[in-house]
Structure formats: structure tokens, C-alpha cells
Design a protein around this ligand. Structure first.
Ligand code: GLU
Length: 442
């Protein structure tokens, strides 16, 4: 069992929380929660010109949405004491002065540079194994700028020491920064934390993930209709594997299985189809009441929401969601697929009408409509049996009648099972739609 685990997520607020940052935050969070440790949020805003409060808020919103709570550091909506590097400048200056006094750094045109000693610098990376750099390839680097602001290397080392960080889990793009940081730890006569550099996230074309591949800001995903449960599951498997073929995990299951050893060295591919699959699977597992709460804002936006869905027609509303759910990949699709239920007017897809409402079907369709008027009970099995009996005795294909009825009732060529749809649309509306659809044949 590990001793105390203290990890951190240390974003620079120069952009919104992107997918790669979210994955880094998630790995740190999972590791902290797995070991009953502490997850620190530290905003690295020493570059005042490129940092903005909007971006801090955006990062915080993204973490909130994903449910990644932190134990120390800024919580804009909560109780935690803030860790903003911009509020800790004095600490970095003091540490730079210590190195100058000890002859390990020197003033150079107002800035302070670290004097890189001869030899080699190595560290053991938990993902990549031993990493070694020749110091002659590392130039004497600036640790404090002439304006008194620290560079990233100094502030990150001072803070990771001060905050007693035990494991630094971050993107592979920082691996080349690590020797400089290790040199600083040595100069301060302190043991560096353990490092785990996580492989970068690539698009399906194996190029580094960028806007070209679609949404990169985490907060675009709720708008696109993804559940945080699905995003967390999907991100967790970008570069980490629990061993075995299982893929579908709840947050708690991820917490209980996460290990740094499970991070693989190969690049992780961001595949939207896979994310859709996770979203679908997590939607299928949500209690219907919970699903209803996620769907509501999308129905409101589409002008399809009714307060009765909460109250008088609650049971009906949940049945509609349950019927639509197996075909839905993103939450917003409930608004689209739900129109035939939530709206009285039907919008007919011209292709569906053309394909399924042939003139010769008009008469049998009309007769079948009359049968529907009196079929009892008004339940899927009874309706289906009635249709098949009718088709057989009337010499029409049951399938043709089903297709035409589907188009008449939903306007579309595809829907969940027709008889379930009819029952939820209701007898009156179904018959009214079939009557108006008579005009569409031929
Ligand atoms: N502020 C750095 C970044 O956003 C953090 C690097 C680190 O985790 O050490 O990339």
C-alpha cells in the first residue's frame, strides 16, 4: 500500500479545458481517489498576459461537469482556498535567490539563470521507464524573468515541493521539461516526485488532436449531448487500460481499478464513434428519471417541452424515452426522434412518402385504419395481430402496410417498433394522422 498520495492538475489558463487536459485531470483524480489521497488544483497563471479569468472559469466548469472535485485549490463555486501561482510570486523569487546565494544560479541581464552542472540527468518514468539526458544538451535556462515572474520550470518545482506532490502525472509533451526540473530538485537538495508521462491524444489520422478532428474543448460536449459518465469512461481508456477486454465502467469502478502501471506508452486515439458508443451505453444504464432530467434542456431548446412531462403525463413521457433510448446516441437526438410524440403536427420526409405510400396501397391502408379504430386492447401485441390478420385476408403484404403506417404516423421511414409507437402516440392522434395521410398516396 502506498503512503500518502498527493497529486495535482496544473492547467495554465490560456485556453479552455481541452480533451487532453481533462484526461490528465482525470488520471490524477482517479489516482488520488483510488488511494484516498489528495487532488490539488493549481492554476498556473504566471503569464499574466496570456491568462484570463474566463479561462479559469472555463476550466473549473469543465472539471465540475466531469465531476472531478478537488481537495485543495480554487473552487469558484465552493469552499477551497485558491492556489493561483500569481499569488505566490514571492515564494518563487525567494527560491531563485537561494540558488543565486549558493552559486547554482546567476544574474544575466536582469533575469536569473540556472547553471546546469556537467554530467547526466536521469529519472525513472512510471510509463516510459528510465529516461536519461546528457546535461551538455541543456542550456543554462532562465528561472526568473527580469520582471520578477518565474518561468514554468521554477514555479512548477517550487510548488510541487511546497504542496508535497508525490506523483506528477502529465502529458508526454512535458517529458523534455523533466530533466530541467529534476536538476532544480537536486539543486534544492530534495527528492523529485515520481513522474508518469501520459501518451498524447491523437486524432484517427494519428496526428495530434486538434480542432480539425472536431470539438476539443470539453464544454462543447454537454452541448453536443454527451453524458459526463460517458466522457469520463471514454477519457479513462485513452491511454489507460484496466487489463482485459472490459470497457464499460462507472466512475466508482474506474476509481477501484485505476493504476499508473496500466498507462500504456503508445499514443491514444480519440475516436468519436467510440465516444458515441460509450454515450449510448451509459444512457441505456441511466434510471429513466435521471435520463429525463438530461433530456429536458434539449426538449426545451427545441420548443418541445411541456410541464406535464413532469407531472400529469410523467409515466407516458418516461415510456417514450424508454422506447426511443436504444436508438439514441446523443441526448439531443431525443428531441429529434421524439417529435412524432411531443408534437401534434407531423413533418413528412419526402423520400419516405415516395417510397412507402404507393397509390395501390391507399385502399388497404384506409381499410386498415378502420380496423385500428376498434382494435382492443390498444396494445402492441393486439395491434400487430390485427394488422397481420387484416393483411392476410386482404392479400396485402404486412410489411408494406407497416411501412406506410409508420410514415403516416411519424413522417419517417425509420422508427422504433411501429406498434409501440402507435400505442404511445395514442389512438386518436394515430387515426387523425392516418386520415390526413390518405392525401399522400401516389
Ligand atoms: N501548466 C502546465 C501546462 O498546462 C502544467 C505542466 C505540469 O503539469 O507540470 O501544461
Amino acid at each position: 500500500m502506498l503512503g500518502v498520495v498527493r497529486v495535482r492538475f496544473a492547467p495554465s489558463p490560456t485556453g479552455y479545458l481541452h480533451v487532453g487536459g481533462a484526461r490528465t485531470a482525470l488520471f490524477n483524480w482517479l489516482y488520488a481517489r483510488r488511494h484516498g489521497g489528495t487532488f490539488v488544483l493549481r492554476i498556473e497563471d504566471t503569464d499574466a498576459e496570456r491568462s484570463s479569468w474566463d479561462m479559469v472559469q472555463g476550466i473549473v466548469d469543465g472539471l465540475h461537469w466531469l465531476g472531478l472535485d478537488w481537495d485543495e485549490g480554487p473552487d469558484v463555486n465552493g469552499p477551497h482556498a485558491p492556489y493561483f501561482q500569481s499569488q505566490r510570486l514571492e515564494k518563487y523569487r525567494e527560491h531563485a535567490q537561494v540558488l543565486v546565494r549558493e552559486g547554482k544560479a546567476y544574474a544575466d541581464e536582469g533575469a536569473i539563470r540556472f547553471k546546469v552542472p556537467e554530467g547526466q540527468t536521469s529519472f525513472e518514468d512510471l510509463v516510459h521507464g528510465p529516461v536519461r539526458f546528457e546535461n551538455e544538451h541543456i542550456e543554462n535556462f532562465v528561472i526568473l524573468r527580469s520582471d520578477g515572474h518565474p518561468t514554468y520550470h521554477l514555479s512548477v518545482v517550487v510548488d510541487d515541493l511546497d504542496m508535497e506532490i508525490t506523483h506528477v502525472v502529465r502529458g508526454d509533451d512535458h517529458i523534455s521539461n523533466t530533466p530541467k526540473q529534476v536538476l532544480l530538485y537536486q539543486a534544492f537538495r530534495r527528492t523529485p516526485p515520481a513522474f508518469a508521462h501520459v501518451p498524447l491524444i491523437m486524432g484517427p489520422d494519428k496526428k495530434r488532436l486538434s480542432k480539425r478532428h472536431g470539438a476539443t474543448s470539453v464544454m462543447e460536449y454537454p452541448r453536443l449531448g454527451y453524458l459526463p459518465e460517458a466522457m469520463v469512461n471514454f477519457l479513462a481508456l485513452l491511454g489507460w487500460s484496466p487489463g482485459g477486454d472490459e470497457e464499460l465502467f462507472t466512475r466508482d469502478e474506474l476509481v477501484s481499478r485505476f493504476t499508473l502501471e496500466g498507462i500504456s506508452g503508445g499514443n491514444a486515439v480519440f475516436n468519436t464513434e467510440k465516444l458515441d458508443w460509450f454515450n449510448q451505453q451509459h444512457m441505456l444504464r441511466l434510471p429513466l428519471d435521471d435520463l429525463a432530467a438530461r433530456v429536458e434542456p434539449f426538449l426545451r431548446d427545441a420548443g418541445l417541452w411541456s410541464e406535464e412531462f413532469r407531472d400529469g403525463r410523467r409515466a407516458w413521457f418516461l415510456e417514450v424515452l424508454a422506447l426511443l433510448r436504444p436508438r439514441v446516441k446523443r441526448v439531443g437526438q431525443f428531441a429529434e426522434d421524439g417529435r412524432p410524440f411531443f408534437e401534434d403536427a407531423v413533418q413528412y420526409e419526402p423520400d419516405a412518402v415516395k417510397k412507402h405510400m404507393k397509390p395501390e396501397l391507399r385502399e388497404p391502408f384506409d381499410a386498415w385504419r378502420a380496423v385500428l379504430m376498434s382494435t382492443e386492447p390498444f396494445e402492441p401485441a393486439a395491434l400487430e395481430a390485427a394488422l397481420r390478420r387484416f393483411a392476410e385476408s386482404g392479400g396485402v403484404k404486412a410489411a408494406s402496410l407497416i411501412h406506410a403506417t409508420r410514415v403516416a404516423v411519424t413522417g419517417r421511414a425509420a422508427s422504433p417498433g411501429l406498434f409501440e409507437v402507435i400505442v404511445l402516440v395514442g389512438r386518436e392522434r394515430t387515426l387523425a394522422r392516418m386520415t390526413s395521410a390518405l392525401a399522400l398516396f401516389g
